[in-house]
Design a protein around this ligand. Structure first.
Ligand SMILES: *Cc1c(COP(=O)(O)O)cnc(C)c1O
Length: 425
């Protein structure tokens, strides 16, 4: 499908039924698959033949949906995971081990920050965080001879900073390591990081891809561009024999196009088991079929709400890269020419108390720990996700007590603005 436009890929990529076969992707609700001889199955276990034997490793429903996402991102291979957290963990752990080091943008999702800064640290994997706005010199200075990956988010949740993908890719490649980009917020409809130099793209499909708040999930896409063999000493897991698979060398047997995802499936999914259920993959695909129709509407609503808020006297500051006053406006024009997403954050005059009162008056926007689905929702980090922090600590972290994160859904923008207007009153 790679020559088709995004709209066509969203609807049809990943699954082409044969004569008399189901039009919709079938949900293969089976843990296991039947074979006539042990020899047939043995070939699958040895990665000598491709096919299915156990859903923890692979399932046809998941593979169709993963193939669609790979096509949408312009990658060569992809896999689904049980959540966005699992996707980012697998993407990093597939090439990092004890003693290794990661360079990451500091402006990333809180869950991913904990994963890298706390949990992976316990596994002996070190990290250096850099500001997304850092200079090339500062970025290059963050690398060590143990660095194995660079990580960032196209649009960070919840800070809404925009990653200069080319700057990060250039530094990663100069040090012989891949750039991993979490593309959850813009989705491939609004940005395709591989075209700007990213090597691996990850997703929390829980957000816009599903888009209805129905199914938690994640995905990893390989661009197929990173030459593991050219940096063989850095990536022994891909370039030396895997004893748990009779000495297969992934980068030799599956090439640049398939090595990363095959190793990630064969080792990490086998051992950690964070598989997406075929039911969830089916629900995710229903979301993907309308993603290209929904994203422009999320952007339209986000832009209208941001413009309204910016003019309102009770609002101190608005963060939205579609506003010319936003520090990321120029970067966004380059990477997100059709807009970024529907998530806006803003700071109210009057801090925590004002934010609480304001949110309790909203009628359409529900208070939720979620973003990026059809229904508008909002959250005040100071009284929810970050409530253990003092006002001073919040300020230092760039999350003032009066900050509200608002995820604009697919309702009428006039209704959303009227709701904000009466709540601000
Ligand atoms: C939500 C989110 C995650 C984590 O995804 P889950 O599906 O909740 O595990 C990772 N990255 C970003 C940018 C997110 O918004």
């Amino acid at each position: 499908m790679s020559n088709f436009k995004m709209d066509t890929k969203c609807v049809q990529a990943g699954y082409t039924p044969g004569n008399g076969e189901p039009r919709q992707i079938p949900i293969i609700q089976s843990t296991t698959f039947k074979y006539n001889t042990s020899e047939d199955m043995g070939k699958l276990f040895d990665l000598e033949a491709s096919g299915y034997f156990y859903t923890r490793l692979q399932n046809p429903t998941n593979d169709h949906v993963a193939a669609k996402i790979a096509d949408m991102e312009g990658g060569t291979a992809a896999m689904l995971t049980s959540s966005g957290q699992a996707a980012n963990f697998f993407a990093l752990f597939n090439i990092c081990e004890c003693g290794d080091h990661i360079v990451s943008s500091a402006s990333i999702y809180g869950g991913t920050f904990n994963l890298i800064a706390v949990t992976m640290k316990k596994m002996g994997i070190d990290v250096t965080f850099v500001a997304p706005t850092c200079t090339e010199e500062e970025l290059n200075a963050a690398f060590t001879d143990k660095t194995k990956a660079v990580f960032g988010e196209t649009i960070a949740n919840p800070a809404l900073t925009v990653l200069d993908i080319e700057k990060f890719a250039k530094a990663a490649h100069a040090h012989g390591v891949p750039l991993i980009v979490d593309n959850t917020f813009p989705t491939p409809v609004n940005c395709r990081p591989i075209e700007w130099g990213a090597d691996i793209v990850t997703h929390s499909t829980t957000k816009y891809m599903d888009g209805h708040g129905a199914a938690v999930g994640g995905a990893i896409v390989d661009s197929g561009k990173f030459d593991w063999m050219a940096h063989a000493e850095k990536f022994p897991g891909l370039t030396t024999p895997d004893e748990s698979y009779h000495g297969i060398v992934y980068a030799e047997k599956f090439g640049k196009e398939g090595a990363f995802i095959t190793k990630c499936t064969a080792q990490l999914m086998r051992d950690f088991g964070c598989i997406q259920s075929p039911q969830h993959a089916f629900i995710l695909n229903l979301g993907l079929e309308s993603l290209h129709v929904r994203m422009p509407k999320h952007v339209e609503n986000g832009q209208a709400v941001a413009e309204f808020l910016e003019k309102h006297p009770k609002v101190k500051k608005v963060n939205y890269s579609g506003l010319p006053s936003d520090p990321y406006y120029e970067v966004a024009k380059k990477y997100l020419p059709n807009g970024g997403c529907g998530v806006v954050s803003f700071e109210l005059e009057g801090g925590r108390k004002a934010a609480e009162t304001f949110m309790s008056r909203l009628k359409l926007a529900a208070i939720e720990t979620h973003v990026a689905d059809a229904r508008t929702c909002c959250l005040n980090p100071a009284t929810s996700t970050h409530r253990q922090m003092t006002d001073e600590q919040l300020e230092a972290a760039g999350i003032p007590a009066g900050l509200v994160r608002m995820s604009c859904g697919l309702e009428s923008k006039e209704d959303l603005i009227a709701d904000l207007e009466q709540a601000l009153q």
